[in-house]
Write a protein that binds this ligand. Structure first.
Ligand code: FAD
Length: 443
């Protein structure tokens, strides 16, 4: 079986010859990975070897070496190294900026073909164009993250989940196909590879209550299917019941394929609410970041939202909190503080509270611009699933009206949808949630 050519784009064309390198970045898994399968397909065609390379930079957006999210990722990469090795695929952990590291590695290894996975984020696109400028071999990109490749789903930025859903539906049956298993490449990599891993003290994802890696991801999916799926539609918006799937850290790092999740769940029945979040909402975020270069600033928000926020720029704010006060969960609002603490402790805030959390940052900041910067900074620093298109779309939705519509006008928010403390208390048992988080903080 061949990888659907619609998933693949040539960043640099040419005739492939020699060993193949898959520069893995966003899709850190062996199973169900179209980029790896494509790299293997080329290696087989050329009767050549394959190496997977991961470039570790000292910082990635708000996360850096020694942070919980880095440790979480490194734990997953350790497992990946073993799984690749059992398939006869070399794994190289390289250090430094991919724009330099990847071309040097290609020169040193004599590789004849470069494959990368796709990300719509600016940093990844910049790295890829730096690499493309320096290499002289064919360089192909595979969308292994989205079910419908981002460049096929829509040719423009979609304004709502509704318009995007209609477009995705047209392509889903073509791309929602079962994955073949990965098989060893025809030849082993020329040299054995000894990776230098960061200091063992920083490797354990200590302080992180969520287990990392492809195996843990598969187990979490099984657990959700047996224990959570049936009550997802009715309870997913209840933070006191914790009825979400818990899959986002794995999906974010690509330790689990969203298409695998969709295939397994579709085989069980009609779970529309879950599948809509997993497919439409998630892929809409990629659509936003891919087509809007200002995805992380107010400039990228819809015109109506910017106008209404401008009209209310000088409204009096009852509270204004600094970044440090927000980071330290030191506001007057016990529900907000609990949500912030959940993120600090677990690395994953409940989805329903994320909306409230970001909207309150808008209410308590000097300006919408400050609010968006603060929300993204905290989200990217502390969420295990942060630094992801979903985070930019989620903060944009809450603060900048992205993918939303105007609501009744009110101070500070203008026509941006508002969420109140009282409203949250009516929807779920806020006391129970706050108590649970405070017990967690005491442990
Ligand atoms: C302010 C704010 C910030 C957010 N930051 C992030 C982030 O950094 N990373 C991230 O992955 N998600 C983010 N989200 C979206 C959503 O809250 C999380 O994806 C979800 O809570 C993750 O938990 P789960 O996997 O248990 O979700 P489930 O409800 O079980 O959903 C399953 C999967 O569907 C997708 N999904 C669910 N809700 C959304 C949504 N609203 N938008 C896009 N995809 C969705 C995710 O991939 C999720 O893992 C943010 C939302 C808001 C409002």
């Amino acid at each position: 079986m061949h990888v659907n050519p619609g998933r693949i784009r040539a960043i640099r064309s040419g005739e492939a010859r020699g060993p193949v390198i898959y520069w893995m970045s966003r899709d850190q898994r062996v199973n169900d990975n179209w980029a790896l399968l494509y790299a293997l397909e080329i290696a087989r065609k050329l009767n050549e070897s394959l190496a997977v390379v991961f470039c570790l930079t000292p910082r990635f957006l708000e996360a850096g070496t020694g942070d919980r999210s880095y440790r979480f990722m490194l734990d997953g990469l350790r497992e990946l190294e073993q799984r690749l090795s059992s398939l006869g695929i070399a794994f190289m952990l390289a250090y430094g900026d991919p724009g330099d590291v990847i071309p040097d590695l290609i020169d040193d290894s004599g590789a004849g073909m470069l494959v990368a996975d796709f990300s719509p984020l600016r940093i990844s696109r910049t790295w890829k164009s730096m690499v493309a400028d320096r290499v002289e071999i064919p360089f192909h990109e595979v969308d292994a993250h989205n079910i419908v490749p981002c460049w096929i789903a829509s040719q423009k930025q979609e304004w709502s989940a509704h318009t995007f859903r209609l477009k995705l539906k047209k392509h889903l049956s073509e791309f929602m196909e079962e994955f073949p298993g990965p098989s060893p490449p025809p030849r082993p990599w020329r040299e054995s590879v000894e990776n230098r891993w960061p200091d063992p003290g920083t490797q354990k994802a200590s302080g992180c209550r969520i287990r990392s890696g492809e195996r843990a991801a598969a187990e979490q999916l099984e657990r959700f299917i047996t224990e959570g799926l049936e009550r997802y539609a009715s309870h997913r918006n209840d933070p006191a019941r914790d009825a979400q799937s818990g899959l986002s850290p794995y999906l974010h790092l690509g330790q689990l394929s969203a298409q695998r999740v969709a295939l397994n769940i579709m085989a069980l029945g009609d779970y529309t609410e879950f599948l809509d979040e997993l497919i439409v909402r998630r892929e809409l975020s990629d659509n936003f970041c891919y087509h809007n270069e200002h995805y992380d600033s107010m400039e990228g928000m819809p015109e109506w939202a910017r106008r209404t926020l401008e009209d209310h720029r000088n409204d009096r704010r009852d509270y204004i909190y600094s970044y440090d006060e927000l980071e330290g969960a030191k506001t007057h609002d016990d529900l907000w503080n609990a949500a912030q603490l959940e993120m600090l402790i677990k690395g994953k805030m409940h989805g329903y509270l994320r909306m409230y959390w970001a909207k309150k940052i808008l209410e308590w900041s000097e300006s919408p611009e400050d609010a968006l910067i603060t929300a993204i900074r905290l989200n990217d620093r502390y969420e295990l699933d942060g630094r992801d298109p979903n985070g930019y779309a989620g903060c944009g939705w809450s603060i900048g009206g992205l993918h939303d519509r105007p609501f009744k006008e009110r101070p500070v928010f203008g026509k941006i949808r508002y969420m109140s403390y009282e409203g949250m208390r009516r929807k779920f048992d806020a006391r129970e949630y706050i108590n649970r988080i405070s017990r967690m903080a005491d442990q």
